[in-house]
Design a protein around this ligand. Structure first.
Ligand code: ATP
Ligand code: MG
Length: 139
């Protein structure tokens, strides 16, 4: 099943470096409609739960510490083929490998502080959107 929604977070590095507005603008200009948007922060417990799938990876502890180190923006986005198209717009996980003009190429410096998150499947887009937004916030 393919849905037309994905989920994103603007990560603490991008907020701290003043790129929040530019990244939201980039996303809208790329054709995504903002369905829900929230400026908030994650406790270590919440960040740990959000990235639970990576619990066995060597970088998990650092990832959780980083994601709870400062404010983030969470958003649900809508567009045809949203999950795949958004992954193209953000670029490779490692900003050094991200194509020119992608969000990570423009606004990120390292693999651990890579400016944005994008869901990797329709199923995870739904789970992640539900993690941040209640039903009435995401109609
Ligand atoms: P995201 O899920 O944040 O959109 P992604 O899907 O491109 O990123 P994942 O494999 O899901 O990449 O990894 C989740 C996050 O963990 C990455 O965004 C990155 O910040 C961090 N990460 C991934 N691989 C490494 C690594 N080798 N070293 C350090 N951090 C890493
Ligand atoms: Mg991922």
């Amino acid at each position: 099943m393919t849905t037309n929604r994905t989920f994103t977070m603007i990560k603490p590095d991008a907020i701290a470096n003043g790129h929040m507005g530019a990244i939201i603008d980039h996303i809208i200009k790329a054709g995504f409609k903002v369905i829900a948007l929230k400026y908030t922060s994650l406790s270590p417990e919440m960040a740990g739960k959000f990235y639970e799938v990576h619990a066995e990876r060597p970088f998990y502890k650092d990832l959780v510490a980083f994601m709870s180190s400062g404010p983030i923006v969470a958003a649900i986005l809508e567009k045809d083929n949203a999950v795949a198209d958004f992954r193209t717009v953000i670029g490779a996980t490692d900003p050094q490998k991200a194509d020119a003009g992608t969000i990570r190429n423009l606004y990120a410096k390292s693999i651990d502080a890579n400016a944005v998150h994008g869901s990797d499947s329709d199923e995870n887009a739904m789970i992640e959107g539900n993690f941040f937004f209640s039903a009435f916030e995401r109609n």
